[in-house]
Design a protein around this ligand. Sequence first.
Ligand code: GLU
Length: 502
Amino acid sequence: MSQRVRVRFAPSPTGPLHIGGVRTALFNYLFAKKHGGDFILRIEDTDQNRYVEGAEEYIINALNWCGLKFDEGPGLQGDFGPYRQSERKHLYKQYAEELIRNGKAYYAFDTAEQLDFHRKNHEANGKTFIYNWHNRLKLDNSLSLTPEEVQKRLDSGEDYVVRFLTAPDKKLHLKDIVRGTIEIDTNVLDDKVLFKGDGMPTYHLANIVDDHLMQITHVIRGEEWLPSLALHQQLYDAFGWNTPEFAHLPLIMKPVGKGKLSKRDGEKMGFPVFPLSWKESQGYREAGYFPEAVVNFLALLGWNPGTEKEIFSLGELVHSFSLERVNKSGARFDPDKTKWYNQQYLQNKANDELGELYAEILKKKSISIATKPKGYVEKVVALIKERAVFVADFWDLSDYFFVAPTSYNEKAAKKQWKEGTPDILNHLVSILEEISDFSSENVETIVKKWIGEQELSFGKVMPPLRLVIVGDMKGPHLFDIIAMIGKEDSIARIQKAILHLA
Ligand code: GLU
């Protein structure tokens, strides 16, 4: 690749970014960085009717959260700005006019009512109305009207659009990196609207003009844009511009059944479809996912590394990524796998980092750790994180490290609490009271020795002891817990339970 690689992510600010959109941004980012190129964010906001307040900010926040830093875009300096199409409005008209001058496009004056009439008429005869070579000479446009009439209408301010003049009887050979060459017969295409009388371009014109002016070398976007490729290719040809390379990414499919993953699927099955929360929809961030985990699972939706490796940092993805390894077929979304990814990332995170995150949760729960020794939360995390998928799981897995149980698992109590249990535990208290080195190993050695001397079975001591310390039969190695909560607290818990369970 001799030319500097420049790719763009070009969302329309019509709402929050779906994770499919994040995946598109990610693949653009990976490709750019792999080739030492530029990743550009361009906001395609020409359709004012669909503009949603806050959507652009959301898109930028989502990219930032995922660590997909763009090199050029709104709010950043760049040689190819502005990066919002609404701020480039003045640019597009001349290009529409250039096409008209060169006989590649034409003015059309058909009103919405007229078009509707033709549509209904065709439907009544079991046909579909397509504005193209079939009928364009019979419709209300600059191909069927005299130049004087056209000028008159334009001068009088009559509403118009500019349509692309699709050349008939041509076979287009469209190239796509993912799909290979696609042949299209131009006779099936319609004359798409490029520009509207209100001075605004449509997506197609603005997109091509901007990709050209911004020197985009590769267009990487979702499969839903594949049907537009024929028009886009013809536009590049009509302008006499170099065509960028195209790669259309496979759709992200529903976890079950057919079709594209939708917001409804997430609502039905209880998983996020947005990176960040948007109104009442919870995002991955708020659901407790690490951005690295989200990036990792998105990368493997539609791309395969060609090995069994599943865990990739962003840097590793950049290194391994190639468009040749993007799959043609849709990628089924698996919500369980997203959790698995988060779990993997959580296990690999340093305990001090997790401890800090957990400390925030504890603070919100008004759990004071002021009296605990330094590094206490971190140690708790080390003991319990193995069973956690999210940091938010920590509390249920470790509450007893911070507060004494106020109730005891009934089923376990029935099974473990025998007639002789209070005597055994009372005796144990007197043993614990004598221990000065309260480390896990030392307490374990002494207690086990005492069990042996008393000719007690482990089953008579350990399960009830766990029940009174934890309130349940869960948790890591019991002596680790006892050592962590300390002598005083351990004894207090045993004594309290004896009263409570009597
Ligand atoms: N604005 C289009 C979108 O919202 C961009 C499509 C493209 O990348 O060409 O997805």
